[in-house]
Each structure stands twice: as C-alpha cells, then as structure tokens.
Design a protein around this ligand. Sequence first.
Ligand SMILES: [Zn+2]
Length: 208
Amino acid sequence: MSPRLCSSGEPRLLLSFDDATADHACAARRVLDRLGARALFYAPSRKLERPGRLGAVELRGLESEGHRVGAHGASHCRLDLLSDCQLAAETAESRDALSCLLGRPVDDFAPPGGFAGARVEAAVRRAGFRTLRTLSWDYNRIWRPLHIEALPACRLLEGVAAETLFRGRSEEFLRLMYFGKNLLRGLGGAYFSLRSGAVRLEGRSETL
Ligand SMILES: [Zn+2]
C-alpha cells in the first residue's frame, strides 16, 4: 500500500497484490468488496494456472469487477541480476502473455522483489509498460532466510537510501545482510522476553 499525492494534492492510496496467489481471488477480493476498494494485482505469467495460483478465469473476473491486472515478470526471477538480453526477454514475455490473456495492452509492471534500478526501468519502458511499481524496504518482516524477496528489510538503515546501497549486490551479500538483521532482531526479542519474564517473576514473588 503506497500513499502518494496525486496532481491535485489529494492523498491517494494504491492497493496492490503480488504473485497471483489463489487467496487473491477469494480472501483479498472479499475484503476489497467490503471496503468498496479496487486494487492492482501483479501476476507473474509463468506461474499462472499452477496449483495455488490464479488462472486466466480469475484474472479476467477480477478485471470485470473493476480491479486491474499488471505484469510481474515471467519467471518471477530478480530482474536486476539478468543480462540485458534476458531482461528484455522477461519483460516482453510477461507483457505478451498477459496481454493475450486479458485481451488488452498491459500498462503496469512491478519487478519481483521490488529490485529495480535504471536498467530495469529502461527495459520496462522499452517493453511498452507505462508504470513501474517498486517497494519501500522494511515491508517484509517475516523470518524467511531463504527468500530473497524478504531481503533488505532493514530497520537499521532507515533514513538511508537502502535501495541504493543494495542495488547490484550479489544474492549472497543480501542473504548475509538479511541474516545479520534478523540475528539482531532475534537477540533483541530474546532480551525483552527474558526481561519481561523476570519482571513478572519479581511481581509474583512480591504478591506471595
Ligand atoms: Zn513477487
């Protein structure tokens, strides 16, 4: 969810859902209906029609209800690590597959994991997309050490241009950073749990 100001100065929210998981067509759709809100669903084209993922029927259904579908790469790999040739192939394939499925040109693109940069942006533009959505780090706070998407979510770097720091780094470097961050968080959590446990024990001994 990204709050932004539109040209008239009014605050606007963009609700977006990535990866075309099956829950988008049931749980997310129900909540959006209840709120009277519409959202943008970014779908990785090669993942569609697989178990646990949306297919053509669901995506067309979402669009018929006023939601919008955007591209999220073809194979859902990190685009910033690809060669120019592979990057062009990924963006073009996702554009063609979704345009064919929806019967209209697809304007919106979100790079998997939010890993963008000048090269990705240029490739997305060359492929004919009109918007590019990236992520603000610190979105994904779940402990998933093997998931690259959960990477540079680093509270320690708040106020620093984290995307600039991480752009172009190797996957191993990013995994190391992620591990370090979660290790610190884990130690902090353990410290506070122990401390609150000790406070509870002290309180109990006073009442006994
Ligand atoms: Zn994704």
